[in-house]
Design a protein around this ligand. Sequence first.
Ligand SMILES: O=P(O)(O)OC[C@H]1O[C@H](O)[C@H](O)[C@@H](O)[C@@H]1O
Length: 513
Amino acid sequence: MSALLPTQVEDHVASRLGAGDPTLWGPAAEADAASHLGWTALHETARRHLEPLEELFVDLRGEGVNRVVLVGMGGATLAAQVICATYGVPLVTLDSTSPDRVRAALAGDLRSTVMVVASKSGSTIETEALRAAVESAFTGAGIDPRRRMVVVTDAGSPLEAAARAKGCRGLFLEDPSVGGRFSALSAFGLVPAALAGVPVLEVLDEAAAVAESLEEDDRANPALVLGAALAGRRRFLVVSDHGSGIVGLGDWIEHLVGGATGKGGKGVVPVLAAPQAPDLGQPDAIDCRLVSLSADDDAEGPVLTVSGTLGALLLLWEHAVAVTARLLGVDPFDEPDVESSRTAARDLLESDSPGPAPAFVDDGIEAYGTLAELSAVTTVHEALQTLEECLGSDGYLAVLAYLDREANPSLPGARRALAQRLARPVTFGWGPRYLHSTGQLHKGGPASGVFLLLTADFSEDLAIPGLPFTFGRLIHAQAAGDARSLSEAGRPVLRLNLTDRTQVARVAALLEG
Ligand SMILES: O=P(O)(O)OC[C@H]1O[C@H](O)[C@H](O)[C@@H](O)[C@@H]1O
């Protein structure tokens, strides 16, 4: 697995990365890399946030405010979720445009709530819509939203300007040179976690304790070992947690690996799985086990075992994936295929057209797709078979559910049986969340994925204050927009729209076969 390792040592990749050398990914990526390498020093530079954070924490607690609702998408929220979950500290993350999910988050106790709005760009549509919804809920409850809103964004973003104009309770600015997928140890990871009650200095200290070793041009450097292993022949990274104690790290790894490597037809496809998942039987799968620091590595066969403290692991994976991107010959910091879905969703929101009619309706489930074969089928069962027949011997199936994750907790469980039945890796993502995680990879990575999108009609929609469409319309436009860009990228896509949410169980049973 480590055939690629010696050249990384000879090329001084680790020390050059530590020194912020933008030439590491080749001439085409140099300009982009030059403005995205601030993350390698975050374990030191992010300490500037700690004092103001502590003051704000004490003030808010003094007012009885101890519930943190984090509003944001992808890299703006995933690290804070891992940090809070690992420390066992509650954090409510609002990263869904499902009307049901938004309504549920707003139904919590607003008197004890502070909202953290996190967005690097400050212009992500979901974040904007969710911020408006939470703000209006505060106002409706007789609470001044400015006193309960903390903003984390890049210096100079439109969100900074809006936060200043409004006069919100806290404003934490991050350095725009920190690449979004590499921002775990920045204000994006630290601010929500600290306000929720995590002693975040510990996380920075853990990262600082390993930082030097990750920059050593040495064959034993774990970032080089991991980075080289991910860039080998095997294209599926099956990540399973064997008691690492780091809760939710897989979701964060999925976003980092998918977004940083999945482009130009290349990339590593992350698959989050339980131990002994059927996906591991495939010859092109890497068995990557997250283990606890004390675990013995007694695994047999080609297995990657990764352990460390939380801060160390966040920094290790960032360094490793930057190395993998170099070996694959891609720019880890760009996302050339993310915009197409956003544009398609915007077009759909602006259009008055009702959109294409379903290919067929089977007992209340509407099937949409561009596969020519769909015109010959009339049942969901046959449509799924048609999609599955598109799966090549090097392919994967992605199930992408634009549903309320809290209301459908068992749906991801269908993944295992499906992987067993298809004898190919299967990934599962919640929409629109995955658009900001594996969305880049699905459209721009290896052209071997086939896609099943699940959407649903909502019995009760929800208005978005200040925007001319509802959350229900937004989530449908996002799903249909991604289906369109996946099809345009040549990927087989089937979208099933459930007109009644009880049909989730029927679809899950069909998937399990
Ligand atoms: O932080 P924001 O600018 O709101 O961006 C949120 C997310 O948007 C995009 O989808 C990127 O692919 C993600 O890496 C990013 O985390």
